[in-house]
Ligand binder design. Structure first.
Ligand code: DC
Length: 229
């Protein structure tokens, strides 16, 4: 069976990563969560004191991008790939509300995008990869064999995120999450560089009322078609 690139783009918190991960596991493909890479850069900026009073020192961040080394390593305990920032597992740290608050601004910096897009292209060079993000089908892999664009109602997405964060012991409120999701949708779609867009050849998947097994059945048919030599 031919190996392909599967690009999954869409709005935040609509289950892109869980879906991408499940597809990759089923196919034995590499899964790359590009949102985690933007989050890790945001974390780096904060840890290095480049964010003060909500303002990012873009100039310093750009000049220090070469100090950022990102990699993914499989964790047998959680059965997923965790992201490492300069050798440290930061999977938990990058999911905090604090990082969520400024990651959209970080990802709007053209130099940051250029830096990460080039890393992502290297990671997918050998195909057999499922990559999820905002610009995978439009910028990173415009020739991907299968492109999906995922969406779900903001309230449905906020509810899922709320349950996830609560399960981790966070006391964040539903309203705060909903506001954060709506604000990120706005920033992601309105930014000047690589705004979130459905590629003309991407298939739309609204999973507001679909379970993972239902989504899986739908996608496996498409994958079968595209992997036949
Ligand atoms: O998927 P996520 O919510 O973890 O992504 C975090 C942020 O990174 C999101 O606000 C948009 C940005 N992002 C991006 O601009 N391009 C990507 N390919 C992936 C994420």
């Amino acid at each position: 069976m031919k190996k392909i690139i599967i690009a999954i783009d869409g709005y935040s918190s609509c289950g892109k990563s869980s879906f991408a991960k499940a597809i990759a596991a089923r196919l034995g493909y590499l899964f790359i969560d590009t949102g985690a890479m933007y989050r890790a850069v945001a974390l780096f900026a904060r840890q290095e004191g480049m964010i003060k009073d909500g303002k990012i020192n873009e100039k310093e961040l750009i000049s220090r991008l070469n100090e950022i080394h990102l990699s993914f390593h499989y964790c047998p305990e959680t059965q997923k790939s965790d992201i490492y920032l300069n050798g440290e597992n930061v999977e938990k740290l990058i999911r905090s509300m604090e990082v969520s608050r400024y990651v959209s601004s970080i990802s709007a910096i053209p130099e940051v995008r250029k830096f990460l897009v080039s890393r992502q292209q290297q990671m997918g060079m050998d195909k057999g990869v499922v990559m999820d993000g905002r610009d995978i089908g439009t910028v990173v892999f415009p020739n991907a064999e299968l492109k999906l664009f995922m969406t779900a109602a903001p309230e449905v997405r906020a509810e899922r995120r709320y349950k996830e964060l609560r399960a981790q012991g966070s006391s964040v409120s539903f309203d705060e999450i909903l506001r954060n999701i709506e604000e990120r949708d706005r920033l992601d779609t309105e930014r000047a560089v690589s705004p979130l867009r459905q590629a003309p050849d991407a298939l739309l998947l609204d999973n507001s009322h679909m379970s993972i097994p239902e989504q899986m059945e739908w996608v496996m048919k498409l994958i079968k078609e595209r992997t036949q030599e």
